[in-house]
Every structure is written in C-alpha cells, then in structure tokens.
Design a binder for this molecule. Structure first.
Ligand SMILES: NC(=O)c1ccc[n+]([C@@H]2O[C@H](COP(=O)([O-])OP(=O)(O)OC[C@H]3O[C@@H](n4cnc5c(N)ncnc54)[C@H](O)[C@@H]3O)[C@@H](O)[C@H]2O)c1
Length: 266
C-alpha cells in the first residue's frame, strides 16, 4: 500500500520494533502517531520523526478510544493502526506453566489480545464507512511455536493470531486489510541480555523486523514472518504435533541444564 500522507498509529512506539516502525513509516511519508505508556520516550520519538505522540495504556479500552479521537481531531481518519505494544513476564517461580501470577496473566490478555480487540472495535465501523483501512497486529513466533518459559505470553500471542484471522475473514469484503506479524527473536528491551531467547534461533534487529512489516504490508500479506524460517518450523509442527512437542521438551531440558535455577520445585 502507498504510505504517503497516510495517518498511521503505532502502539508501543517508544521502543524497539514500534520505534523502528514509526521511523520507517515516517520515512515513507506517513503522518505518524507514536502511542506508548512511556509518555516522555514517545514524545522524543515523535519529535525525531516529525510525528505526534499520545500517552496511553492500550490494555484500557477508554485509552484506545481516546487515542482514536485525538488522532482524528489532529490528523483526520486513521488509515493504518499498528497494535504493536506487547508484554512478557515469564513463568514464575521456576518454569511451571501455570505459575505466573494472575496480574501477569491479566496484563498479558489485556495488552497482547484485548488491545487488538479494542482497536478494531473503535476503528472498524469508521473504516467500513470510508471504504477500507489497514489493521496490523504484532503477535509473535510464540503464537505458532510456543515460548518456552512463558505460558502466558505463548497463550495470549496465539489468541492474537486467532483474533486477526477472525478480523481478516469477517472484514475482507469491507476492504479492511489485516496483517499479523510473527517475529522470532528481535534485539529489543524485551530480549535484553538474551532474556527468553532459546535454541539457536537468530536474533534480528528491530530495523530488520520493521522492514519486513513494511514489505509485507506493501503486498498486503496476512501472516508476516520477519524470520522466513518460521514458516518451515510451523509446517513441521503441523505435520507431526507429537514429534514437535518431543523436540520442544528436549530444548527445554537443555535450557534448564544451562539455567538449573529456573527449574520448578514442588
Ligand atoms: N523482541 C522480540 O524478540 C519479539 C519477538 C516476537 C514478538 N515481539 C512483539 O513485538 C512487540 C514489540 O516488542 P519489542 O520487542 O519492541 O519490545 P519493547 O519492550 O522494546 O517495546 C514494547 C513497547 O510497548 C510499550 N508498552 C508496553 N505495555 C504497554 C501498554 N499497556 N500500553 C502502551 N504501551 C505499552 C512499552 O512501553 C514499550 O515501549 C510486542 O508485541 C512483542 O510481544 C517481540
């Protein structure tokens, strides 16, 4: 799609992939709105790209509604909304799949899933009236493959893909484009110091991830994989689920050998 003069909102735009997306959209000529909980950092990003910033907690529906209203008042209707903000907390203590506290589960649901629902609810009726729009939802490789050591992240990122599928199927005839972005590991604050990084997967930069998003949007691809190898991993999982689970168990065991302190105790 052509981005010149398009109004593009990016949540989680103060850091990492979101920041790189804001920079790439601005370089492509879009009018960019940088949304983040971190108001001061969002303001700095906006200033550096000639955009505007809005402070919001995307897990709160009223905040998403306020972002849409403020953007429309300042720049006009939103053409592209990128729900990029995400959170990961890790299983705790140790790595028992149900061990994360309810606050972490609920924050994961609200930010990783409900923020996408809130954005669609606020935007889709107007997009239908205007003849279309573009929703980009950042999920994760964990949506397709599971993040060892983070059940809440894996569960909610999988749900995010499910919601994007529903959006794309329901509103395809309304000319609403939907992309869901599933990176493996990206070098950002979320993975700082190798946090959560498992196996031998390569870590790409936030700029590479953002380039893949814009390239995927140019072709209006639903499933954007900044690491193309994810496609064959996911295919192999689909071919033989039990073989895949066995491999993931082995990977988990080898990770615990390196970090015995992560093992749960009962
Ligand atoms: N880094 C990776 O390896 C990786 C891999 C796959 C998917 N992702 C996903 O990419 C997205 C961006 O993550 P990142 O790696 O750039 O991390 P990051 O921590 O650098 O950036 C996340 C941004 O989201 C903001 N944010 C968090 N909660 C928010 C909320 N409730 N309201 C508004 N803003 C909020 C943070 O302040 C931060 O600026 C996330 O959805 C993440 O799950 C990351």
């Amino acid at each position: 799609m052509e981005l010149t003069n398009q109004v593009v909102v990016v949540t989680g735009g103060a850091s990492g992939i979101g920041r790189a997306l804001c920079e790439k959209f601005a370089a492509a000529g879009a009018k960019v709105v940088v949304v983040d909980l971190q108001a001061e950092r969002a303001k700095q990003v906006a200033a550096s790209i000639g955009g505007i910033s809005l402070a919001a907690d995307v897990g709160v529906e009223a905040d998403i509604q306020a972002v849409v209203a403020a953007t429309e008042a300042q720049l006009g209707p939103i053409d592209v909304f990128v729900s990029n903000a995400g959170v990961s907390f890790g299983d705790a203590p140790g790595w028992m799949a149900s061990s994360a506290p309810n606050e972490h589960w609920m924050a994961s649901w609200n930010v990783n899933v409900m923020a996408h629902v809130f954005a669609a609810r606020a935007l889709v009726p107007g997009m239908i009236k205007r003849g279309g729009g573009y929703l980009v939802n950042v999920a994760s490789g964990a949506s397709l493959l599971c993040q060892i050591g983070d059940a809440a992240y894996s569960t909610t990122k999988t749900a995010a893909v499910g919601f994007a599928e529903s959006l794309a199927i329901t509103h395809g005839a309304d000319n609403i484009k939907v992309s869901v972005v599933c990176p493996l590991y990206v070098d950002t604050a979320m993975t700082a110091g190798g946090r959560g990084v498992s196996g031998n997967d390569r870590v790409i930069s936030a700029e590479e991830a953002a380039d893949a998003v814009l390239a995927g949007m140019a072709e209006e691809i639903f499933m954007i994989m900044p690491h193309p190898e994810l496609s064959s991993y996911a295919r192999r999982k689909g071919e033989d689920y039990d073989r895949w689970l066995q491999g993931m168990r082995q990977l988990r065991s080898s990770m615990l050998e390196q970090h015995p302190d992560y093992a749960y105790k009962v």
